[in-house]
Design a protein around this ligand. Sequence first.
Ligand SMILES: [Zn+2]
Length: 62
Amino acid sequence: MNIKCILCNAEDGVCLVLSDCQSFHCKECGEGFDLDDVETRIKELRKMVCVANAAKTAAEKE
Ligand SMILES: [Zn+2]
């Protein structure tokens, strides 16, 4: 399973921390993040997709 680091975007530096099974550690940037951080990031991305789709729809109407 390949998880992209949400902090530095490294594609194969991320490991699940097995002691709690809900946080991740990135070997590339040396930082860690947990499921809440991932959820926050997903919400941000979703918002971006909504904004982009709305802009695209608006542009197509013209
Ligand atoms: Zn990283």
